[in-house]
Every structure is written in structure tokens, then in C-alpha cells.
Design a binder for this molecule. Structure first.
Ligand code: BG6
Length: 474
């Protein structure tokens, strides 16, 4: 890495992030309905913590926000649980849910912290799955539009910054997150394509509603960013790396920006015979929705080699060659370990320069302001006998990525802020509380709630200083 000194604009937003089902707990309290995220977490309760208590923000929020204030945050990115606002997804509005988020928002503002709200972070109300198979139905789009409007009307007098879906591009590839249960791979891809399309439509409608209800409203998507390296300079490997980025992330940003699928993506949908059902009025809705920024979630880079099409693969059942698109979660191509990079305990390849690349790519292509809303190191932490957590490994990771943001700014990228994952330890999707990301340690284990006390890690004090010096002291 070269020796640029970190430097940030005066109004740069220093934040920290979280999501409802991963921190709140109180899963059936205050009138909240069950969500897809709850149901999935219960299936793994025997292996790890579930969403019933999580970090218990539902009962600890005043204390947690006081810690945010102490750390000096000027932004807190969190999500609203749709099923707290509408327990069955599209019916009665639950006033207790509105009250809960009003309290949180007001407390943040009293402490000088700007709320930055995600409307939907993996926690679709389960009732919508029971009624319509969730996003497969256009009814779900209507339900989301209504939910978004309720939130803008309830909170828009105090909250101007909004994200629509968290990582639609990643979520739609993970069957359990969108409740795809069929074992027939073509049918799974058909449902996925329809769901994805409906989420794009819902996104566009939410953008439009935000702009009409909140005069100063700013809204955009949070994407799971992808930066893929080819294993070699063999043209096929380079092509495979490009396709991996296009099919995992870029098609999604293009769809948000231009309101239509890029050609290579449309070709895939047609060849796989899974073009979603679209209505004539959709084109206008999709093209009119102008996002105000792009939120980037970034953890690691990938490395791929070209995977030759399998001749034995039955033509017809899967006519599209397997080396180009395979919508399984991780397997479009042959994924490899990049020997030039260190890996986290859980296999993420740590690569700050990849963040600089991603920020430059997105800014050069769309010329919209960017904000990082997730970036962090998930690993086990040790609570020492004197009640401390010495997480210098996390500090090293964050320091290098903050420097990458500063370098991207020097490259000319317009950046609004940096909000790493996560403010406090939370329920990680597959490792519960074994894998921790927070600045604040939550004193619990997967199957032992202990005292749920909040303990400031070394990274807490370090980040506080970063904020105080506007990033000059890393
Ligand atoms: C992001 C999600 O993709 O990755 C978060 O938006 C998630 O919800 C984060 O927690 C880290 O992934 P994991 O699997 O370690 O929890």
C-alpha cells in the first residue's frame, strides 16, 4: 500500500451499522410478527444463538445509544423490522412498533447522531411467505410500497437518509433468505428471477415515495460489492472474473440506475427461459426512480478461474453453460484462494485495495455519492479476566480499509461516510455469537445468556479517536 496520509472532508460521516433481526431480540414482543429471518434462525437454534434475544437491543437501547454517543458516532445505520410495523406484512399497523422506533430515533437525535435507516434487511414478514410465497408475488411489491410509505410518513420528519433493501443482490441468491424451497434447480432460478424483479420494482416505488413524502429525503440501495480477480492472465480467466462481478453485483446497480437489465443479464434470463413476468407500466416506474447515492457493503475480494462447460451436463435442463452462470450461492465459477492475501478465521480474503477499486469502479460508472455501510472483521474475541477485549486484529483491518477510503477520495471519489459492521456484537448468519464484529462486546454465548452486559473493546477507544480526529489519527 502506498503512503498517502488519511484525509477526509469536513462533513464526513463516521458511523457504525447493525440490522434489526441481528440485534433487537424481543422477537415476539411489542406486537411484532415472525419473519423469515426468525424462522431460519430457529432452524439452527440447536447449533447457535437465534434471533429471540440476539443482542437484546429491544431492552437495552438507551444504554446502547449512550455508548454510541460516547464513541462519538455522527451516524447510526440500522434497520426497521417490517414485521414490527406491520406484523403480518400488509395488514394492521402496529402502533407499538412505531413507538419503539420513534423512541430510538429521538434518542439518537438528542445525542447528535443521524439515523440512517434500512427498510428491509433480510427479515420479510413470514405471513407474506404464507400468503403469497413472498417476493414471487406482485402482492409483496404492493405490501412493501405501503410499508415504506408508512415509515416515511411516521419518521420522515426527522429521518432524511434511507436505504431500501440490504444487499438484494446477495439475498436473492441465498434460497433460505427468500424462502425458495424447491429442489428443482430450474424452478428455483425461475422463482429467484421473478423475486429479484419484484424487489427491483419495490425499490423503485420506495425511491419515488421517499422523494414525494420527504422533501429532503435521500435514498439508495445497499449492495454487496464484488471485486473478483482472475487466477491468471489467460483471457478466459479474466472473462470469468468479469462475469462474476457482473452477475453478482453490477447487473443490480445497472438495473437500479438505468431501470432495465444489461444485455448480458437479459441474455441469461432468456437462455435459461426464466424472464420474469413484467407489466407494461413497470418500465416507467423503474426508469423514473432516481437513487441519490450508492451504499457499499464490502468485506473481501474473490479469485476465480474459468470453469469449462461440462459436456455431460444435460442440455435443455440447464442449457446455459455452467461456466457462465450457475445461480448457486457461491458457484458461478471455480473459486480459488488468492495466495497473495491473508484470510480471516472464516476464510474471507482481506484486501483493503479491493475496497479502493470497488469505490472507484462504482463512482466512475454512476457518478453518485458513495457511503460504506458495512465493512468489518468477523472473528472470535476473548474477554480477558480483567474484563477487556484486546482486538488489535480488528483495529488493523479497519485501519487499512479506512485508509483505502481516504485513497479513493484522493482518486476523486465522492464519499459521504464510512459506517463499519458492526456497532455491537450481533447474531452472525451462520456462526451466531462465535463470530463477532462489534466495537462493543455483548457478554453472552450462543447458548448462555450470561449477563448481556456491554463491554467496550479496544477497537471502541481506537475508533473514538479516529472520529475525534476526522480520520487523521488512524
Ligand atoms: C452482510 C449482511 O452481507 O454480511 C449482514 O448484510 C451480515 O447482515 C454480514 O451479518 C456478515 O456476514 P455473517 O455471515 O458473518 O453474519
Amino acid at each position: 500500500m502506498d503512503k498517502l496520509k488519511a484525509k477526509f472532508p469536513e462533513k464526513f460521516l463516521w458511523g457504525a451499522s447493525s440490522s434489526a433481526f441481528q440485534i433487537e431480540g424481543g422477537w415476539a414482543e411489542g406486537g411484532k410478527g415472525p419473519t423469515v429471518a426468525d424462522v431460519n434462525s430457529f432452524k439452527r437454534s440447536h447449533l447457535q444463538a437465534d434471533s429471540k434475544v440476539a443482542s437484546d437491543f429491544f431492552h437495552h437501547w438507551p444504554e446502547d445509544i449512550a455508548l454510541m454517543k460516547e464513541m462519538g458516532l455522527n451516524l447510526y445505520r440500522f434497520s426497521i423490522a417490517w414485521a414490527r410495523i406491520m406484523p403480518d406484512g400488509d395488514g394492521e399497523i402496529n402502533q407499538a412498533g412505531i413507538d419503539f422506533y420513534n423512541n430510538v430515533i429521538n434518542c439518537l437525535l438528542e445525542h447528535g447522531i443521524q439515523p440512517f435507516i434500512t427498510l428491509y434487511h433480510f427479515d420479510l414478514p413470514h405471513a407474506l411467505v404464507e400468503k403469497y410465497n413472498g417476493w414471487e408475488s406482485r402482492e409483496c411489491v404492493k405490501a412493501f410500497e405501503r410499508y415504506a410509505k408508512v415509515c416515511f410518513e411516521a419518521f420522515g420528519d426527522r429521518v432524511s437518509s434511507w436505504q431500501v433493501h440490504n444487499e438484494q443482490n446477495l439475498m436473492v441468491r441465498v434460497n433460505e433468505r427468500v424462502n425458495i424451497t424447491t429442489e428443482d434447480s430450474w424452478e428455483a432460478d425461475r422463482q429467484r428471477a421473478q423475486m429479484d424483479y419484484h424487489m427491483f420494482l419495490a425499490h423503485a416505488l420506495a425511491v419515488k415515495a421517499c422523494h414525494s413524502i420527504i422533501p429532503e429525503g435521500k435514498i439508495g440501495p445497499a449492495v454487496s460489492s464484488t471485486c473478483t480477480y482472475p487466477e491468471s492472465n489467460q483471457p478466459e480467466d479474466v472473462w470469468a472474473a468479469k462475469l462474476n462481478d457482473w452477475f453478482k453485483t453490477d447487473y443490480c446497480l445497472d438495473m437500479h440506475y438505468y431501470g432495465c437489465y444489461p444485455g448480458y443479464y437479459m441474455r441469461y434470463l432468456e437462455e435459461r427461459n426464466i424472464v420474469p413476468i413484467m407489466m407494461p407500466e413497470d418500465e416507467g416506474i423503474l426508469k423514473d426512480a432516481k437513487m441519490d447515492f450508492i451504499a457499499v457493503n464490502y468485506y473481501r475480494t474473490l479469485c476465480v478461474s474459468y470453469l469449462p462447460a461440462d459436456d455431460k451436463h444435460p442440455v435443455g435442463e440447464r442449457a446455459f453453460p455452467i461456466n457462465q452462470v450457475d445461480f448457486d450461492q457461491y458457484g458461478y465459477f471455480h473459486h480459488l484462494k488468492n495466495e497473495h492475501l491473508a484470510s480471516s478465521e472464516y476464510g474471507a480474503q482481506i484486501d483493503p485495495l479491493g475496497l479502493r477499486t470497488v469505490l472507484n469502479n462504482y463512482y466512475q460508472k454512476y457518478h453518485l455519492p458513495l457511503i460504506v455501510t458495512e465493512n468489518g472483521l468477523g472473528t472470535a474475541d476473548t474477554l480477558t479476566e480483567d474484563g477487556k477485549v484486546h482486538d488489535d486484529y480488528r483495529i488493523d483491518y479497519l485501519k487499512a480499509h479506512i485508509l483505502a477510503c481516504s485513497q479513493a477520495i484522493e482518486d476523486g471519489v465522492e464519499m459521504m461516510g464510512y459506517s463499519p459492521w458492526s456497532f455491537m456484537d450481533l447474531l452472525s448468519s451462520h456462526e451466531g455469537f462465535k463470530k463477532r464484529y462489534g466495537f462493543v462486546y455483548i457478554n453472552r454465548e450462543d447458548h448462555d445468556l450470561k449477563d448481556m452486559s456491554r463491554i467496550k473493546k479496544d477497537s471502541f477507544y481506537w475508533y473514538k479517536r479516529v472520529i475525534e480526529t476526522n480520520g487523521e489519527e488512524l
